[in-house]
Write a protein that binds this ligand. Structure first.
Ligand SMILES: [Zn+2]
Length: 281
């Protein structure tokens, strides 16, 4: 179970209409929303991983400490949601260093995992895994093995793999489902919020029972916040995706958290690594 900590104005879909330089002046709802999520997780006795923007960690030290104190993993979502394929190797290295330092200073724990903003590690960024391995990351969960208008690396393996020969780094792609020959996004976010609950239940069950692999699920703090400010200047398609069924999200999550058993990504990385080792023997 994972949460990508970013505020309502930091999402990829609004990138062209909200300038990063204006972020400081916008109403901050991330602290409140993450605390609501913490209560949902406590209710269901779920421990999870929070992939956090360095920008958010810099402004919410006590929230980072609260996450750690309540038994969750804090990991990196980069500095300010710049997608990996818009950077070069050196810029990427600087971005993840800056984010990691901020998150580690705030949370007081070591960051071991990384999730690229908008699943932006793909065939355009062959150096990204090398940089993560050089920096000592244990795992990444940055690939969406589907075709989608904003992201996706359809040719990538759908389950955990070692992206670099002879290196420990493991990539754990976000969950997809197979329908005939098609692979569908099914790991959370808009797919979970907008489609009926039964779609996600079917997709997750397919992974667990048919493929015998764990599901990797993600959502965002702003998705449980129906009262967030509206971005009128954004394209209609983005607005439809962003604002649909926000009011049902908390209830749906409650159901999902109870229906399956969930854990932290660092623990999953350990399990998947052991599995890959045993398969290699
Ligand atoms: Zn994100």
């Amino acid at each position: 179970m994972s949460v990508d900590i970013e505020d309502w104005f930091q999402v990829g879909a609004f990138e062209k209409v909200i300038d990063r330089r204006d972020w400081n002046g916008l109403s901050d709802r991330v602290d409140r929303n993450v605390r609501l999520i913490l209560d949902l997780f406590d209710e269901a006795c779920v421990k999870a991983t929070f992939f956090t923007l360095g920008w958010v960690a810099a402004r919410h030290n006590s929230l980072m400490q609260e996450l750690v104190a309540r038994g969750h993993e804090v990991a990196s979502h980069g500095w300010d949601h710049e997608r990996v394929f818009t950077m070069d190797r050196a810029q990427f290295a600087a971005d993840i260093d800056r984010a990691r330092k901020q998150i580690e200073d705030a949370g007081g724990v070591r960051v071991q995992g990384y999730r690229a903003p908008s699943f932006s590690i793909d065939s355009r960024t062959p150096w990204a895994f090398e940089v993560l391995a050089e920096k000592g990351y244990r795992y990444s969960s940055s690939v969406a093995p589907i075709r989608h208008d904003h992201y996706g690396w359809a040719e990538a393996p759908p389950f955990a793999f070692h992206p670099l020969e002879g290196q420990d780094l493991i990539e754990i792609p976000v969950t997809t489902a197979k329908l005939g020959s098609r692979r569908l996004g099914a790991g959370g976010g808009g797919f979970f919020r907008i489609l009926p609950y039964h779609f996600s239940r079917w997709a997750i069950s397919q992974n667990i029972y048919k493929f015998e692999r764990p599901a990797v699920f993600y959502f965002h703090p702003w998705e449980i916040d129906p009262d967030q400010p509206r971005v009128a200047a954004a394209p209609l398609r983005s607005r439809l995706r962003h604002y649909t069924k926000l009011e049902h999200m908390a209830g749906k999550l409650r159901r999902l958290l109870k229906e399956f058993s969930w854990g932290r990504m660092d623990e999953l990385a350990q399990v998947e690594k052991a599995r890959l080792e045993s398969e290699a023997v």
